[in-house]
Design a protein around this ligand. Sequence first.
Ligand SMILES: [Zn+2]
Length: 296
Amino acid sequence: MAYVKFWGVRGSIPTPGPSTSRYGGNTPCVELNLGDDNFFILDAGSGIRELGQHLLKQGKPVKSHIFISHMHWDHIQGIPFFVPAYIPGNKFVFHGAQEADLSLEDILADQMNPINFPVQITEMSSKFEFEPMYEGEYKFEGIKVEAMYLNHPGYALGYKFHINNKTVVYISDNEPYPVHPEATQDTDNPDQILFVEDSNQRLINFVKDVDVLIHDAQYTPEEYKSKVQWGHSPYDYTVKIALGAKVKTLVLFHHDPVHDDAFVDKIIEAAKKISWQAGSNMQILGAQEGMQISLD
Ligand SMILES: [Zn+2]
């Protein structure tokens, strides 16, 4: 049985408390279960702590690949509290984009430097491997994985996984790409017209016909006006990309820390309205801790 399960859905910072208890307050962590005890982990926000507790209860050796979307705190802060990583015999392969002059390993080790945390990453007793990724196509454990650079400060990747005959795309943090003029002039050669590819169309192509698209929908269109270049999407953009790509199920993800459960409900309703008005029957869900979507 293959499925997607959400362990953390909140953006930016954990938000515990009664007003966020229904959708959940943990930062991003998604389990992509491939069946037969094989699974990938997408991001290592605070939600990975609970995934770790779940794995401990199963009492089996753990081997997994952890795909980090990017190195901002909310996507890596759970690693020091991920107990299976302290158990000898377990093995984790970290994948993700590295910054220009820092390796994946250095970045992950740095959040556990002795000033910030009492245990260093080298003291975690499971086996760690680090494999940087770039935009392109890969294969891990027989699963085809495609990666695409996103529009988010620093180097952030979106991932597409091909599982059996289903496709899942995980794009945790992304905002609309600036729209280039359809054509622009080459300043060295004014007679030459250069056509600039619209990266929003590139994104639509990347998520074309996917079964499950998990995508940033942190803001309302109103909120986005004052948050351009913060790296997050207004929900209307996310719905339009999904509609353009004929996605089957869209999961709105990376909820804003100031949005309580009632506000997230309203965002989901507004997103559904855009889809209905476009005549689509796409399923739209709000990411919720504990939610599971079958891939069978
Ligand atoms: Zn984030």
